[in-house]
Design a protein around this ligand. Structure first.
Ligand code: SF4
Length: 316
């Protein structure tokens, strides 16, 4: 039985430390996988290339493809929306934007007609977990391989990670392995130093997490940093809100959810123009709170010092 050791990379400090630890142990058939969401900062893409060069470890890139789902949505709109009396102009506009762009995050949202949210966080599974399992793990699960999925998660990051086992069996010869579960954050950066590997430069530029830019669970100060340093990322999301709104039957889709925002009343007309990312950036630049906004901040800070509490360590 052949042993395969595969590290899931996010481009952040924890998955990098895990990769370095695995290399130090000289485990057999060591490789890594990085799921490109299409929504990362360019520095993270550069960093993943740098890591492959600097460590000599093959990092395979995978990318979710939603062409099939978008084709299905087009058929649904052509038939069901029309049957339900959706105005023809709305139908035609939706069909006009519903084409695969090749950007996984945008295509996922066009297909669903909405952005993910804290309550419907389908992004990690759709953009990261599923393509990694389908493209990398499943082909190895033949019964003739022992496959260790190395995951860079730490117990002190979030409640959902605190009680994870260090190792568990998925089935079919696949095991999850979380070797840095009990590591403090200092040990993570020490692993970089000891190996002569630079951390992702975004940590030196005000980011306390590395991942989607921004994450749907982004904290207030992170959003302010992003808007100040990289306004082009905000512009990209603004354009995505416009496109996804057109693909949505109700004609509105905002990157940050408004459904639990007490400042938005049920009879308010929500649109990307009035409640989109620009509104949140304006708020991020104020000292104002507001219950919902404080709650978003609180979730991001207490459940995870970072933003996503995925137990798989796919999002930092
Ligand atoms: S980083 Fe945030 S937005 Fe990106 S996949 Fe993870 S939870 Fe979703």
């Amino acid at each position: 039985m052949a042993e395969h050791n595969i590290v899931s990379m996010s481009g952040g400090k924890d998955s990098t430390a895990t990769l370095l630890f695995a290399r130090e142990l000289e485990v057999p058939n060591l490789s890594a996988v990085f799921a490109d969401t299409g929504h990362e900062h360019p520095a993270t893409y550069d960093y993943v290339h740098y890591l492959a060069d600097a460590t000599g470890i093959d990092i395979r890139w995978v990318k979710a493809d939603f062409a099939r789902q978008i084709a299905g949505k087009r058929k649904f709109i052509e038939t069901k929306w029309r049957e339900k009396g959706v105005p023809e102009a709305v139908v035609l506009a939706a069909l006009g934007v519903l084409h695969p762009t090749g950007n996984p995050f945008l295509d996922m949202c066009l297909w669903k007609g909405r952005f993910p949210s804290t309550k419907a966080r389908f992004c990690t599974d759709e953009l990261k977990r599923n393509p990694i399992i389908e493209d990398v793990f499943l082909p190895l699960m033949t019964g003739e391989n022992l496959v260790l999925s190395w995951q860079g998660v730490r117990a002190d990051e979030s409640l959902s990670r605190r009680y994870l086992p260090e190792c568990d069996e998925v089935g079919g010869g696949l095991f999850n392995y979380r070797p840095i579960l009990k590591w403090p954050v200092d040990a993570v950066f020490e692993a970089h130093r000891a190996a002569g590997i630079k951390p992702n430069p975004l940590y030196l530029q005000g980011c306390n997490r590395v991942g989607c830019m921004p994450c749907i669970m982004c904290a207030k100060d992170e959003l302010r940093q992003i808007a100040t340093r990289w306004p082009e990322e905000v512009s990209r999301v603004r354009e995505w809100e416009r496109l996804v709104s057109i693909a949505s039957k109700r004609g509105a889709a905002t990157f940050f959810a408004t459904v639990t925002d007490p400042t938005v009343r049920s009879d308010d007309k929500v649109s990307a123009e009035t409640h989109g990312i620009d509104r949140m950036v304006d708020w991020a630049n104020t000292s104002r709170g507001g219950r919902q906004f404080d709650m978003i901040n609180l979730i991001a800070r207490t459940d995870s010092q970072n933003s996503c509490s995925s137990a798989y360590g796919l999002c930092e």
